[in-house]
Each structure stands twice: as structure tokens, then as C-alpha cells.
Design a protein around this ligand. Structure first.
Ligand code: AMP
Length: 828
């Protein structure tokens, strides 16, 4: 039916917006990756090229997701599509990120900006002037939006409107057709107002996208919106608009020379055959076709000496609107200036279009025109085009055969694979790489002297599971099988060892390339989040004592002189009236590698957006120079693990069941807040919760949550140490980290609380056995073992709450809201 469309265009050269609704190539891949760009990306796997509607091809993370958006730059984030030539765009489609159930990110509202030349950008607005487009309501459905008025553009930007703390992801498609006219802009005197029998009739160009004023310049508008006016200019196809809406019109009283001058600018020099002008002719109301038109042509700086003049046959009998064809005599021009002489008191136009061909010398400087009326009469050129088409056809056939063979091979491989179902195998590949996300490692395959372990105080809680997983029968072959294609992109050699450190580093560096420098970082960091995050003068910090050691460096207790001025009114930090205030200062080790610095700064950005009574609050930062520091509220009772195990040893009775449940309920509340923002913590455990005054519990350590996307589809083999005893089976085996896997970790955390952190979870199992047990969860043959019921835990809490957090089916696990309610009920 594209063919029919082209024939229709050839016969009636007005572009009909209703017919022009072809997908422009995001889904099909016709638009190349390099023509899709974005203001920012959350990670490499959510780069712009993944923002293709309805395509979740597994290479990326399922969509384009910008980096975290702060209030001040919510409209700076965009996904840009370069269509390479001008297109008439009538419809847009958007979709969120679901990534097979792992994601739940989408843009509820967005705006569109477009440009024809890549320099001047215009914000699209509907006929009532509204710019905001209602987007998606869930991560799955495609939402289509008619662009009324349509736009003529080469570049289009989708700009999600977000809550600063919400992550948005988008996939998009554009629909329309080739803009055959090549018209870049027209300049006309703005239309006039008529009073017809006491009725105000407005003939202004209401959708003009250029500069306004008495004379409109550098834009397109109603004369090119693809909508022809009705015979009766008081009415319109469009609903809810004013009389005269379809037409741009002028009264001859204001034009003493008797004509209206219009200037048309084109994308390149063309040979013009015809101009078609759709005019009203309601002579009973003083409107008539133009009497005469004279067009001048310009290719360079001078106007040509031989204009074209044309007089349409004046129509006295029919008051119907007319499409007048003005022959332009194959004149060559890039700019056309036409003077339309009044045929009556009023002259009303609804559409102007042009038919042209490129100059032969320009045929190869841009896309070939699709218009069948284009005449290329040079036989050599024709032969050349024929040859090109033949070569393209042969190449397409070869590509098709290669792809077909690949698909066929894959099908055979799948058929021969034992035990594993398709999804599991694919996910496992992802998973073995997912473990590489955190740090670069110094270790060989068998040793475990990673940086992470070295500096992490509770190293026993974190394991490097990929070796262990390979011992599961289902996974022993598949890692081998899947290793090859996955490494290909970066090392290209089969001889390269698995888990090459260089791979990990090169990938991380490429994802973060060009971003590192203390000054750039700090400026950007604060610029994007003025309202939340402020630089604190480091000389006003006085060291008191070391509180602990973490993944990035040391944590110190400090006095902060003048910190009160940095606190918001709503801050739950108890401003005791003491000055200076005690704060915890987390410092990045000075020898930290680039990746660790980037992660430290990303953690700052994440934390700066989190505001909840049960989440540790970031108060300020010192990022002007090294060492980089984040200043958080001081939690005087340290981490929950140490707090509880200490109680156990000296004051068991002090901690009653209801107090333990109250602590767990606070954690559930903090997690409920995180899940409302679609944040996955990934490392929930008592060691990552801090205890303040009056047993206030706050969740800390967002070091792993930043990898929400990165981990899911990481494409390079690597390793990391992970808290396997807190992780759900699907996080370990499939690399799936979701809110439901956080719920699993909460179940383990609750178990820790109710056993007063007396022992590590599954302490009777070795790491290998924990992984084996995870395999049992996957196999689901009733052989999996659960953490035992703690002595003080009522049956109801164990059976209905704790065990429900470890259900095999992630969808059947409770939400944090439900957990909170159940905890409250258990002490009621
Ligand atoms: P982290 O790097 O966050 O894991 O911190 C390491 C240790 O420092 C924790 O286990 C706590 O004992 C201590 N710590 C961290 N942050 C704070 C804080 N805000 N208040 C008190 N102690 C803290």
C-alpha cells in the first residue's frame, strides 16, 4: 500500500496526513544504531540504541534509560533519532522497559522536540498549545500518539518528564513518510482576522513553528500540515477549533501592491515542475482564487532574471475549494519567491506543495527520491542506479542466507542441549557476567584476593559463585557453551582466558569513558542536584574516631561545624541543639581506581535522591578535591549486625520479640519506599542497616543498587563476590535482581534479626552447598532446604511471612507493603 500512497501523491500532490503512517525504522532496524543518540545513559546496556520500540533483542537491557534525572535537569534528558532526511511525521509510539519481567520503568509523560537542520530546535505542541504528551502506564504496552499537527523534521528528540527520583526508560518509533517537497521553511505575512456576520473568523497560521511576528519566518505550519480546508471556511475537519482554522488568509486592504509575497526555502537546489496551491473560493463571502501568481527563482545569491507567471482560470460557477496547479517550467532553485495577486477581497490558502527533482549532480549527495514523478533522464545515471540496486539485492540475499544459516545452527544447538530450558541457559550467560559488575580483580581464577574481599570487613558473607555454579550438573556445560559468543565482542580470540580482567576494565572504561576528572565530576554532580546536594567545606570537619571500613574506604565519626545550615527542615536527623553536629564521613581511598571513583560518585547521586525516615540520609559531600567524601547522618549504634550480636552476648532480655519485629518493620518500610521508586537494593542484610537512637533503623549501603541494569545483561565474562546467602535463587542462577529478590533478602534479614545475628545464614552449609541448594530451588523437586524457624519466631510469622519471602515463583512473594502489615499484625 506504500505504492498506492506514492501513486496518490503523484496524482494529488497534497500529502494526506491520514495516509502517511509508515513506521520509519526504529523497530525494523532501518534506522542505524549510530543515528540514535541520547543525552545520557544509565549504563552501556541501556544506551540510546536500545530505545527501539517493541524490540527487546537481548543485547541490551531492554530500553534506553537516561542517567538519574534531577529536578533541575528533567528536560535535559532526551533520546534523539536522526532520520537522515526530512520526514513528514504523523504519529509516535512509546513503550517502557519490561525486560521479560525484570524491569518496570516507563515514561508517564514526555515532550517532543524536533529540528530540520540539527541547529534550530522546536518544541512540538498540539493544536491547543499543549506540549506534554501522555505516555505509558505500564512497561509493556505500546502507546501511540497522533501528532496533530504533524511535523516535518529530520531530527526528533523524545524528552521524558520524570520525578527526580524515578528511573524512566523508553523505546520509541516514529511513523510517517518521506517529505518529498524538500521544503525547509516558508515565510509569509501572518493571516488576518475576518468578521463575518458578527462572527470572528481567524485566518492566522496557528501551527507555524518558526519565528512569529507580522511576517512569519523560518518555519512550516498550516500550509504544509497535510490537511486540506473544507469548502466552507467557517468549518473544519478538526474538532474544537475556531472558524477559519483550516486556512491562512489575507484581506487585500492591507496590501496596497495587490499581492501577498511568500518565500519558500528548500533543502537543496532542485528542478521545480509544479506548485499546487489549495485555495478557498467562496466568492459569496468575498473569497476568491488568486488572480495571478509570479514566481522568482534563486539558486545562489542572485534572483534569476526570468520569473514564471501563471493565471488560473477564474472560477465563477463553483464555490468549491480548488487545488490550483502552477507549472514552474523546470526552473532550478533553492529559494522560490511567489507573489499571489488577489482575485477578490480575500485570498485563503490551506496547503501549498511542490513537485521537483534533485539536480543530477546532486543525486548522490543525499537520499534518492521515492517520488515516481521524479524524472532522471540521463541514461548513464539510470544504468548506474540499476547496477547499485542489483548489487544491493545480491548483498541482501547473501546476508539473508548467512542469517538463515545462523538461525538454523542455533536451533540445532538448542535441540541438542540437555536439561536446560531456553530461558535459563540464556540467563545463565548473563549471570556469569553479572557477577563482574562491581570491581576489577587482581586474582587468578582459583584464588580470591579481590579488592572487594580485601577491603570488605565481612568477607565471609560475600562469595564468588560462578565457579561453584559450574559444578551444578545443569550448568557445567552451559557456561562452556555460552562463554564463546559472549567474549567475542571484546577479545575476539578463543585463546584468551575466561574472566580476563582486561575485559572487565575495558568494558567499564568504555562505558564511563571521558567522564572522569575530579573537577568535571564534582561540578556535574552538584550542578545536576543543587536542591539536594551541597559541597561542605572540608576544613570544618574534625575527626573524632574511626567507625568502620567499607567497600570504598574508611568511615569516620566527625564533628561538622556549621552543618546545621545544610540541613533541610524535614530532616529526621535529630538536631540536638549541639553544635557542632556529629556526622559519619565516608571517604574514598586515594588510590581508588577510576571505576571505584565512578561508583562512589554514582552512589552519591543515588543517595542524594532518597528521602525516607528509614533510609540513611546523605547530608553533604566534599568533592572539590581528593579525597572524595560523603557526609551522612551519624547512627550512634553502628550497624544492626554488630548491634544485635552484641546484645546477644550481654543483654538478651533487653531485646524483646516486639522490639525485634519493630526493627524489621522499619526495614520493610524503608524497602517499601525504595520499591516505590523501582530501586532494587541487591544487598539487604543486617550488616547494611544502621541503628540510631531509640532503635531507629535505617537502610544504608547502596553500593550495589546502582547496578540495577548493568548486572542484568552484562556481556563480559567476569567475577565478583556476592552475598550468596542472602540472594534469591534466580539472582544467583539467572542474574535476575528485582524487588522480589530484595524481598527474599528481607526474609533472610528477618531471620538474622530473630536469631540476633547469632550465626551466618545456612551456617551448616558450605558455599558450595548453598549453591547446590539454589539448584534445588530451580529444580523444584522439594529437596531445597530453608533457613530453620528461629526459636523466638511464632509459627505464623515463619510459615506465612518468612517462608513466603523464599517462594520459588518471584511473583508469589509478598510486597514490602504486605510484609509491613503482616509484621504489625504479628505483634498486635
Ligand atoms: P559501609 O562502608 O557503609 O559498609 O560502612 C562500614 C562500617 O562503618 C559499617 O558497618 C558501620 O559499622 C560504620 N558506619 C557506616 N556508616 C555509618 C553511619 N552513618 N553511622 C555510624 N556508623 C557507620
Amino acid at each position: 500500500n506504500k505504492c498506492c500512497f506514492l501513486i496518490a501523491v503523484a496524482l494529488i500532490p497534497c500529502v494526506f496526513a491520514e495516509m502517511c503512517r509508515y513506521p520509519l525504522g526504529m523497530t525494523s532496524g532501518q534506522i542505524q544504531d549510530e543515528d540514535i543518540s541520547a543525552s545520557s545513559q544509565w549504563s552501556d546496556s541501556t544506551a540510546a540504541r536500545f530505545g527501539r520500540l517493541d524490540s527487546d533483542n537481548g543485547d541490551g537491557d531492554g530500553a534506553w534509560c537516561p542517567d538519574i534525572v534531577s529536578e533541575s535537569d528533567e528536560l535535559k534528558e532526551y533520546l534523539q533519532v536522526d532520520l537522515l532526511s526530512l520526514r513528514f511525521i504523523t504519529l509516535v509510539g512509546t513503550q517502557g522497559r519490561h525486560a521479560d519481567g525484570m524491569g518496570n520503568e516507563f515514561a508517564r509523560r514526555y515532550r517532543i522536540k524536533y529540528s530540520r537542520d540539527g541547529r534550530n530546535w522546536v518544541g512540538w505542541q498540539d493544536r491547543s498549545g499543549r506540549q506534554v504528551i501522555e505516555g505509558n502506564r505500564n512497561a509493556y504496552d505500546v502507546v501511540l500518539k497522533d501528532l496533530e499537527p504533524p511535523i516535518v523534521a529530520r531530527f526528533v528528540r523524545f524528552m521524558p518528564i520524570t520525578d527526580p527520583s524515578m528511573i524512566v526508560c523508553m523505546r520509541v518509533e516514529l511513523y510517517g513518510c518521506e517529505w518529498l517537497d524538500g521544503l525547509m521553511s516558508y515565510s509569509i505575512p501572518d493571516g488576518h482576522q475576518m468578521i463575518y456576520r458578527g462572527l470572528d473568523v481567524f485566518f492566522n497560521d496557528s501551527v507555524y513553528d518558526g519565528a512569529a511576528g507580522e511576517r512569519l519566518a523560518k518555519g512550516l505550519g498550516q500550509l504544509t500540515d497535510g490537511t486540506l480546508g473544507l469548502d466552507d471556511f467557517l468549518h473544519s475537519h478538526v474538532h474544537g477549533v475556531w472558524p477559519g482554522y483550516d486556512y491562512v488568509g489575507w484581506s487585500n486592504k492591507t496590501f496596497p501592491k495587490g499581492y501577498v509575497e511568500m518565500i519558500f526555502e528548500f533543502d537543496r537546489i532542485r528542478n521545480f515542475t509544479t506548485m499546487k496551491v489549495h485555495c478557498n473560493n467562496m466568492f459569496s463571502r468575498g473569497v476568491r482564487l488568486f488572480r495571478q501568481v509570479t514566481c522568482f527563482f534563486r539558486s545562489g545569491s542572485e534572483w534569476d532574471a526570468d520569473p514564471v507567471t501563471f493565471r488560473p482560470a477564474l472560477e465563477h460557477l463553483s464555490q468549491r475549494a480548488h487545488l490550483v496547479s502552477v507549472p514552474l517550467g523546470d526552473h532550478t532553485a533553492r529559494t522560490i519567491r511567489c507573489r499571489f495577486h488577489f482575485g477578490g477581497q480575500w485570498m485563503l490558502f490551506s496547503e501549498v506543495t511542490f513537485q521537483s527533482v534533485f539536480l543530477k549532480s546532486q543525486l548522490f549527495s543525499g537520499l534518492l527520491p521515492e517520488d515516481p514523478t521524479h524524472k532522471v533522464d540521463d541514461s548513464k545515471t539510470r544504468i548506474l542506479i540499476g547496477c547499485l540496486v542489483a548489487i544491493i539485492a545480491i548483498l541482501a540475499t547473501i546476508i539473508f542466507i548467512i542469517m538463515w544459516r545462523q538461525v538454523w545452527q542455533k536451533m540445532l544447538e538448542k535441540a541438542s542441549r540437555r536439561l536446560l530450558d531456553e530461558e535459563l541457559t540464556a540467563r545463565l550467560a548473563i549471570q556469569t557476567q553479572a557477577f563482574s559488575f562491581h570491581h576489577s580483580f587482581q586474582s587468578s581464577e582459583n584464588s580470591s584476593t579481590s579488592t572487594y574481599e580485601r577491603i570488605y570487613p565481612l568477607q565471609a558473607d560475600y562469595q564468588e559463585p560462578s565457579n561453584l555454579i559450574r559444578k551444578l550438573p545443569e550448568f557445567s556445560q552451559s557456561t562452556e557453551h555460552l562463554g564463546k559468543p559472549l567474549r567475542g565482542k571484546h577479545d575476539g580470540s578463543d585463546a584468551a582466558p575466561h574472566y580476563a580482567e582486561a575485559d572487565i576494565i575495558s568494558l567499564q572504561e568504555s562505558s564511563d569513558s571521558g567522564t572522569f576528572s575530579i573537577t568535571t565530576f564534582s561540578t556535574n554532580l552538584l550542578a545536576g542536584s543543587e536542591s539536594f546536594l551541597r559541597e561542605f567545606p572540608r576544613e570544618k570537619l574534625t575527626f573524632k574516631e574511626k567507625l568502620g571500613e567499607g567497600q570504598f574506604g574508611e568511615v569516620h565519626l566527625c564533628e561538622a561545624e556549621g552543618m546545621k545550615d545544610f540541613l533541610d527542615e524535614d530532616l529526621s536527623v535529630e538536631a540536638t541543639g549541639e553544635s557542632p553536629l556529629l556526622v559519619a564521613v565516608k571517604t574514598l581511598r586515594e588510590d581508588a581506581k577510576k571505576n571505584a571513583r565512578n561508583d562512589f560518585l554514582k552512589e552519591i547521586r543515588i543517595m542524594s535522591r532518597l528521602r525516607d525516615p528509614n533510609i540513611v540520609r546523605l547530608l553533604a559531600v566534599c568533592v572539590d578535591k581528593e579525597p572524595l567524601c560523603m557526609i551522612t547522618e551519624y547512627m550512634e549504634n553502628g550497624d544492626l549486625n554488630q548491634f544485635l550480636s552484641h546484645l546477644f552476648s550481654c543483654d538478651f532480655l533487653f531485646c524483646s520479640y516486639s522490639q525485634m519485629i519493630a526493627m524489621a518493620a522499619q526495614i520493610a518500610s524503608g524497602m517499601k519506599y525504595l520499591s516505590s521508586l523501582n530501586f532494587v537494593h541487591r544487598d539487604l542484610a543486617t550488616r547494611n542497616c544502621l541503628v540510631g537512637k531509640n532503635h531507629t533503623i535505617k537502610i544504608a549501603d547502596f553500593g550495589m543498587s546502582r547496578n540495577l541494569y548493568r548486572g542484568d545483561y552484562f556481556r563480559i565474562q567476569g567475577r565478583a563476590v556476592l552475598p550468596i546467602r542472602w540472594m534469591s535463587w534466580e539472582s544467583i542462577l539467572l542474574g535476575k535482581f528485582t524487588m522480589a529478590s530484595d524481598v527474599w533478602a528481607f526474609g533472610v534479614t528477618l531471620w538474622e534479626i530473630l536469631t540476633l545475628c547469632k550465626q551466618q545464614p545456612y551456617s551448616h552449609l558450605s558455599d558450595e552447598q548453598v549453591i547446590e541448594n539454589t539448584g534445588e530451588f530451580f529444580r523444584d523437586q522439594g529437596k531445597q532446604v530453608y533457613l530453620p524457624q528461629p526459636p523466638c519466631c511464632p509459627d505464623g510469622v515463619y510459615n506465612n511471612l518468612m517462608l513466603s519471602c523464599w517462594r520459588r515463583n518471584a511473583k508469589e512473594r509478598p510486597s514490602f507493603q504486605q510484609i509491613q502489615t503482616q509484621l504489625k499484625e504479628s505483634v498486635a
